[in-house]
Structure formats: C-alpha cells, structure tokens
Design a protein around this ligand. Sequence first.
Ligand SMILES: [Zn+2]
Ligand SMILES: [Zn+2]
Length: 139
Amino acid sequence: MTEKFKCPRCGFEQPPTNDCRECRIYIPKYLEIQNKRLGTPTDNRNWLKKMWDLITKSKCPECNKSGGQEIKRNLISTSDHIGTTMRRESHYDKNNRFTGSTYRPISVTIQTKTYNVFYRCDYCGYEWSKNKKLTSPII
Ligand SMILES: [Zn+2]
Ligand SMILES: [Zn+2]
C-alpha cells in the first residue's frame, strides 16, 4: 500500500510524484514558488524595492533616496540631425550556416526630443523637474 499523497495545487490524490498526474505541474517548483511568496522576509522585500527604485527611479535632490517617480512630462522641443548608427549584419556560408556578424555604420536621421520631466519623491514627497533628452534613430 503506497502512502496517500495529495498534489499541493489541485489536491488530487496519487502516489508520491514530482509531476502531478491531474494538473501537470512540477510539484517541487510549485512548492519553491509558494515558499518564496509566503516566506519572504520583509527585509528582503524592502531590499528588492530598493533595487527596483535604483533602476527605475531618479534620485531625489531633497532626501537623496532613489524615490523620484515620473509624474508628468512636457515636450519642449524636437530636433533632427544626421548621425550614424551601427547596423548588425549576419553572414552565412553557402550551406546557410551562420558564420558570424559584423557591424557597419549607416547614416540615419536621429531625432532628439527634449522633455521637461516632473518627478515626485516616493519617500519625502518633494517635487522637482528636469530636462531630459531622448534620442532615437529614424530608420
Ligand atoms: Zn495537481
Ligand atoms: Zn525625497
């Protein structure tokens, strides 16, 4: 007699297994995700938020934390100039096998948009604005 084993996800009873016969999940992975979701200490979550803020938010000039959330942006000006960008070219031999790639400069129109971007700090509520230039090639 095998011991009763229930799938942690759908509750289907079956002999102990890694792959649930009923809902087809991979049970160890499922448990790992559950543990992470339930057992993540608050410290860790704060740490994650901090990392995320560092990547996506601007530094607040008031409190020096990376809590500057973009709340509004106004387009100030648009200008074009001719510039170069590198285009990647892939090469194949006569049997269609990839043999490598090279980069070649090509001439493109580069558009620069200048925005006045408004930020508000998540931490202290301070608001400020600064100009931000975004360039993108028009191909
Ligand atoms: Zn299941
Ligand atoms: Zn702040």
